[in-house]
Write a protein that binds this ligand. Structure first.
Ligand SMILES: C[S@@+](CC[C@H](N)C(=O)[O-])C[C@H]1O[C@@H](n2cnc3c(N)ncnc32)[C@H](O)[C@@H]1O
Length: 179
């Protein structure tokens, strides 16, 4: 699936924030120092409010969801509101610190600092229902070792959702199902 990511509606302020973390702050969110409430929508493109949302993943109530390159944790915070149990992994300690400060108070949400493939190796094989890389680790890593780690961690029928920048104006959204 290719989705338009940019356009006349994306203003200058949003552009700078997009460059910073790919998602501008959600309406009602406060600056990054304190606890935040979960956001109202899973944003899968650089144009918030457009494109597919969490329904792309089906029913995730009770599902174990791991985000590879979770940044500030906004995506997973939203998914906890749908009953998912979530683990966010990021190799940047500052991002994990921010994610914990913002969303560490939420139930069923944990953050790990480290490389995505390595941290996935600590998860029991076949226990993960969904892996996400939303402009995350798959955007920055040689895919082979990470794909192998995902294949081990996912249960049969589990899903890997990858969002990549296609170009300045479009994002690719790919959903793969573990056999
Ligand atoms: C552009 S941000 C996206 C953050 C988040 N997924 C979002 O949509 O807001 C990319 C994140 O991936 C993390 N990252 C990149 N490669 C990684 C790797 N191999 N293991 C863990 N985290 C990684 C970066 O530290 C960064 O926080």
């Amino acid at each position: 699936m290719v989705h338009p990511a940019d356009g006349p509606g994306l203003g200058r302020r949003s552009r700078s924030l997009v460059d910073e973390c790919h998602h501008p702050p959600r309406p009602g969110s406060r600056p990054a120092a304190g606890r935040l409430s979960p956001t109202g929508r899973l944003e899968l493109t650089r144009r918030p409010g457009t494109g597919p949302d969490a329904s792309l993943l089906g029913d995730i109530n009770g599902a174990l969801v791991v985000e590879l390159g979770c940044g500030g944790g906004h995506n997973l915070a939203h998914l906890t509101t749908q009953g998912a149990r979530c683990i966010g992994i990021d190799h940047d300690p500052a991002k994990i610190h921010l994610a914990r400060a913002c969303y560490g108070h939420l139930p069923r949400l944990h953050f790990r600092n480290g490389d995505a493939a390595r941290c996935l190796g600590d998860v029991p094989p076949g226990s993960v229902d969904v892996c996400l890389s939303i402009f995350g680790a798959f955007s920055f890593t040689t895919p082979g070792p990470l794909l192998a780690a995902v294949a081990t961690a996912l249960r049969p029928g589990g899903q890997l959702l990858i969002v990549l920048r296609a170009d300045a104006h479009h994002d690719y959204i790919t959903v793969l199902t573990r056999r």
